[in-house]
Design a protein. Sequence first.
Length: 188
Amino acid sequence: MNIQQNLITACINGERKAEYELYRGTYSYLMSICIRYTRNQDRAKEVLNVGFLKILTSLNRYNPEVPFKPWIRKIMVNTLINEYKKEKIHYSTMQYVESYHENETYADLNKAVLKIDADQIYAFIAKLPPASQQVFNMYFIDGFKHKEIAEMLNITEGTSKWHLNAAREKLKEMLREIDLPVNLIFNE
């Protein structure tokens, strides 16, 4: 994705053709982010459009010294979080755990994850409970720390850690169901 400053300037000036070109140029990247956080393709498209509108309306605040790709990624992730919060049905599946302590028995992903097909990994992640899936994506895929996740989702750091561990445990179960040795993927 190579977005030129003159395209951004044209979008700020309200040129529809430039806005469409920006949409086309960022669609694949933004859709990949949306797919990770939503349960289905249709919902991902809806959220992508909401997020893209926010990107367009925020372009006048964009600093050209900052790389464009991470800037739009942050807006899209925040949009996904806001949309998630709006879906009240998911709140019933969230569990708040105030005391959680990591220790050596909790697994971390290692390089063996590359031995599994990417579509299969995505399918497993998509089967996680919504709150755990969101924390898993934010932590492992988007690189947020538990403190940042807690602030964005309005939960405690302990709850974020709990959801991450719950996601790991559920993924281990899924791996066992297909007779894949868990120790190939998780350090145990």
